[in-house]
Design a protein around this ligand. Sequence first.
Ligand SMILES: NC(=O)c1ccc[n+]([C@@H]2O[C@H](COP(=O)([O-])OP(=O)(O)OC[C@H]3O[C@@H](n4cnc5c(N)ncnc54)[C@H](O)[C@@H]3O)[C@@H](O)[C@H]2O)c1
Length: 251
Amino acid sequence: MSSTTPARVALVTGAARGLGRCIAEALAAQGNALLLVDVLADRLEDTRAALAATGATVAVHAADISVRAHCVAAVEAAVATFGRLDVLVNAAGLMRFNHAVDVPEDEFWRIMQVNAAAPLWFCQAAIPHLLETHGNIVNVLSQSALMGTSYIVPYSMSKAAAMQLTKSLAIEYIDAPIRINAVAPGSMMTEIAAEASFPAGIDRDKMRRYSGERPVADPAEVAAVVAFIASPAASVVHGAIWTADGGVTVG
Ligand SMILES: NC(=O)c1ccc[n+]([C@@H]2O[C@H](COP(=O)([O-])OP(=O)(O)OC[C@H]3O[C@@H](n4cnc5c(N)ncnc54)[C@H](O)[C@@H]3O)[C@@H](O)[C@H]2O)c1
């Protein structure tokens, strides 16, 4: 434990880049000390250095969160480093485009491990600490949790599972001093989209249904929503699936 325990400590997964990094920046601006987790060790170190240069208190824990023990170890690292945990943000995610009938079994399970199982393992390990600090959890979902989205069936399944994790935990802890919520973004300008490869023979019109009418969001805009829900200002927000999709799921 550090000699001075920070007032608030947040753990953010997927913080090496994209939305997770923006969430880390927004939580640092609120004064949270940060433990940042990602499998991309070099990019994670870049994020740490950039945040530290702004005066933030930040530590990193490089890990593949598809393994339960790594999730538990990351939470333990946050508490060992800073002495407490107030906020858990499950932002890491994995998406692959494929025809549903062609999805290989290993691709399906990898997506489920990272997007659905890892948030549960992080919650399991973090909840005892969050109950002590009256803290909160924000799970990053997707519009894919709320609507059918073609060519990303395992991703959509995994995000719906993380939504039910959020709602079911919120009920299980309805009488406890902890808030559990989720944010469901629409499309954002990040590397998850830039790195996407599309299989032959897809019908782009079926994807336009979930592309939205408004411009693709900057991840910093979605991070601001996550940071608000994670903050004491959102004290009455519990069990919410808060969309941040520019209206894609409104119908
Ligand atoms: N970009 C979008 O259009 C969009 C839309 C809706 C929801 N989301 C969600 O937002 C979140 C952030 O995604 P992003 O758009 O910033 O993409 P991104 O690919 O830039 O970020 C995802 C991060 O998760 C990390 N990650 C993946 N697998 C991991 C593993 N096994 N262990 C540890 N870290 C791992 C990656 O290394 C990466 O840093 C994800 O949960 C994603 O599903 C993204």
